[in-house]
Design a protein around this ligand. Structure first.
Ligand code: ADE
Ligand code: ZN
Length: 332
């Protein structure tokens, strides 16, 4: 019989988009407040409405429209962190996109980043959840926008901003277009992660590793298509930020038993677990763990090991990492 997973098991989540974690009711009410018409993004039940990945990206852009000012992002971060803490998340790295914060220029970014950092400090005081930010470029907005985002990341790198990432349509542009951005962020001392191996095959994961020298891959699940790459990931301790519910909701795999996360882990790849954009995919880490336990027979010991691996792969300072590891080890 499969083991029951304690819903309050402390969790570490490395792959979460701030705007993608916005509750629909929050966005609907902000849209009313700012007189922005985005009614089309909701279905009759009030959930975000999308079918394909292309549609998901369009709805995602629309959901960001009512987010106008630093105080909107402050409120959003508070709402998102409260929900993540309710899901027993004790540490989270959150993708933050200057492209959605004012004009994407450095001055606007500084104001928005300060508001989000303030919300994170308040949430930590309230519930103990620790948040760090990964400044994230959106690939289909092009290389110049990515360079500007990397400059924003480099200028705000520190205790709160600990990483640089690339999200969006991984088939847009060529890898070379984004090398400067990753080099700029690396020189600023930031941890690096890129979405790859989600909407493109195994070669996109290889390219992200070779061209951008990232230590973590967002998704990366299509690495399973190339056994020699799977071996390489295991050998070089490359960490995958796997978001099974996101992959299922967007139609990448038909059901959890078909998802390659267990095969990757069995092959020695360091997998971590996240929700990506939880209200979009109507998921939580709790329900992800339950579904994985059901599909693959994973036990609480498996999830504890995965959370410890995620903590070791976190981009925060060593003292924070050690504190999180200690909290993970506390008996339930
Ligand atoms: N931005 C938010 N969610 C994403 C995903 N699953 N893939 C690429 N970009 C994203
Ligand atoms: Zn993502």
């Amino acid at each position: 019989m499969r083991e029951r997973i304690d819903p309050d098991l402390p969790k570490v989540e490395l792959h979460l988009h701030l705007e993608g974690a916005a509750p629909p009711a929050f966005i609907r009410s902000l849209a009313r407040e700012h007189h922005v018409d985005i009614d089309g993004v909701f279905d009759a039940a009030g959930h975000y409405r999308f079918g394909s990945f292309a549609e998901f990206l369009r709805v995602y852009d629309a959901v960001c429209l009512p987010l106008r000012q630093p105080r909107d992002f402050h409120r959003l971060a508070r709402a998102v962190l409260e929900a993540r803490a309710d899901d027993a998340v004790i540490y989270t790295e959150v993708f933050l996109s200057p492209d959605f914060c004012g004009g994407g220029d450095l001055a606007s970014w500084r104001d928005h980043c300060a508001a989000i950092a303030e919300a994170a400090a308040e949430a930590q005081a309230d519930s103990g959840i620790v948040m760090r930010g990964i400044v994230t470029a959106i690939r289909h907005r092009g290389p110049e926008a990515a360079r500007q985002v990397a400059r924003c990341a480099a200028e705000t790198a520190g205790d709160f901003i600990v990483g640089f990432g690339l999200a969006g349509d991984e088939n847009a542009g060529s890898a070379r277009d984004f090398t400067w951005a990753f080099d700029c962020a690396r020189e600023a001392g930031l941890g690096l992660t890129a979405h790859a191996g989600e909407w493109a095959g195994a070669e996109s994961v290889r390219t992200a590793l070779d061209a951008w020298r990232v230590s973590r891959i967002g998704h990366g699940v299509r690495a399973i298509e190339d056994p020699s790459l799977v071996e390489y990931l295991a050998e070089h301790d490359i960490v995958l930020e796997v978001c099974p519910g996101s992959n299922l909701a967007l139609g990448l795999f038909p059901s959890m038993p078909h998802h390659p996360v267990a095969r990757l882990r069995d092959a020695g790849v360091r997998v971590t677990l996240s929700t990506d954009d939880p209200p979009f995919f109507r998921t939580s880490l709790r329900s992800e763990y339950d579904a994985l336990a059901q599909a693959f027979g994973w036990t609480e010991a498996d999830f504890r090991a995965i959370n410890a691996d995620a903590t070791r792969a976190a981009f925060c300072d060593a003292a924070t990492r050690d504190r999180i590891l200690t909290r993970l080890e506390a008996p339930a």
